[in-house]
Write a protein that binds this ligand. Structure first.
Ligand code: G6P
Length: 365
């Protein structure tokens, strides 16, 4: 209903705009400044979390991209290896050290069949399981050893927006918690990460305030042949997620690539009719990505750069300024591309909240 959409044309638009509030809910009461730590009420045994030597993350769709972002956060902060699998591909091999592995399911709904069956395989092989979810009382919460709630509030649009940003935020809190518990980060380092987390709602608001610019760019390029998204490190999962968002709701051909992989194949697809959206965040090796931008520009592709506020990226045809926010800057840039996807799809007259062939929650395997 129109009332449910609170004046927005679509739930997706409403939910994009709810993100500062959703993030405040995800963070509220979970930051302990004095200790430089996240307070998360984790029930898993401290001794277990101190001695695990591997984390597996299993998830589908947008939640898989949140898992990839979490890997980029957890590995350097916690000094542990993180394997991220699509839940439908997750398998445990004989001989795997199941005692020292934590398996994390990331699932907005807590009802995705593929993710539930991955968790069941993990449990059957004796592993400890954990869920990061938006849904209290969901099936997954009844099956795992412990859950962390992302507190995003209900999401109705089929295309996940606020739940992605809240999942990554909850996982950043979890990374901080693990790093402090295992002594791989100091209280000062923990406090720095938490400070970035605390800045997220206002950084996201700054992007929402630039919607008019993003809408103009979307209108200018909505009839393009294809759209490519490139990024490195923390921005690579966001490139994948931004492409998924655009293809889900606009039906346009959109692909995300690791920027360094462009020259190994995707460059063959680049023409003057394929806009390239490039993440140039300080935290994502901007120098190297600048070189990739020049490669696509020399093939005539229009480039929209997502760049740290104040950086001179005048070689890009267009630039969207992203507030500087360390490891979380690509997450903020993602919000700009949620708006881009929304406005491209809206220009094309697509049924944004209910794209053809897709369901909010896929409960069959
Ligand atoms: C469906 C939805 C996606 C979602 C995926 C995983 O395919 O259309 O938007 O990312 O399921 O959902 P989950 O609830 O497990 O996060």
């Amino acid at each position: 209903s129109a009332a449910g959409k609170a004046g927005h044309d679509h739930y997706m638009h409403k939910e994009i705009h709810e993100q500062p509030t959703a993030l405040r809910q995800a963070i509220s009461g979970r930051v302990d400044d004095l200790a430089g730590n996240a307070s998360l009420n984790i029930d898993l045994d401290d001794g277990f979390l101190q001695t695990i030597d591997e984390i597996h993350i299993a998830a589908c769709g947008t939640s898989y991209h949140a898992g990839l972002y979490a890997k980029e956060l957890i590995e350097p902060l916690v000094d542990i290896s993180v394997r991220v699998d699509l839940a439908s591909e997750y398998e445990v091999y004989d001989g795997h050290n199941t005692q020292d592995t934590l398996v994390v399911a990331v699932t907005q709904s807590g009802e995705t069949a593929d993710t539930l069956s991955a968790i069941r395989r993990a449990k059957a092989s004796g592993m400890t399981t954990f869920a990061v979810t938006n849904t209290v009382g969901s099936t997954i919460t009844r099956e795992v050893d412990d859950s962390l709630f992302i507190k995003a509030g209900p999401e109705i649009g089929v295309a996940a927006t606020k739940t992605f940003v809240s999942q990554v935020t909850a996982l950043a809190l979890f990374a901080t918690y693990l790093g402090r518990l295992r002594g791989t980060i100091s209280a000062d380092e923990g406090a720095d990460i938490l400070e970035d987390i605390r800045q997220l709602p206002s950084a996201v608001q700054a992007i929402l305030d630039e919607e008019a610019q993003i809408r103009r760019l979307a209108a200018q390029y909505s009839d393009s042949k294809a759209f490519f998204f490139i990024g490195r490190g923390l921005a690579q999962p966001v490139a994948l997620e931004s492409a998924l968002k655009l293809k889900e709701i606009s039906y346009a051909h959109a692909e995300g690539f690791a920027a360094g992989e462009l020259k190994h194949g995707p460059l063959a697809l680049v023409t003057e009719n394929t806009p390239v959206l490039a993440f140039l965040n300080q935290s994502a090796a901007p120098e190297e990505t600048r070189n990739n931008v020049k490669e696509v520009e020399s093939r005539g592709a229009p480039v929209i750069g997502l760049a740290t506020d104040g950086a001179d990226e005048s070689f890009c045809k267009h630039t969207i300024d992203i507030p500087e926010l360390g490891r979380l800057e690509p997450l903020v840039a993602n919000v700009a591309l949620q708006l881009f996807a929304y406005h491209v799809a809206n220009e094309m007259g697509r049924p944004i909240d209910k794209p053809r062939n897709l369901a909010k929650s896929v409960t069959v395997g």
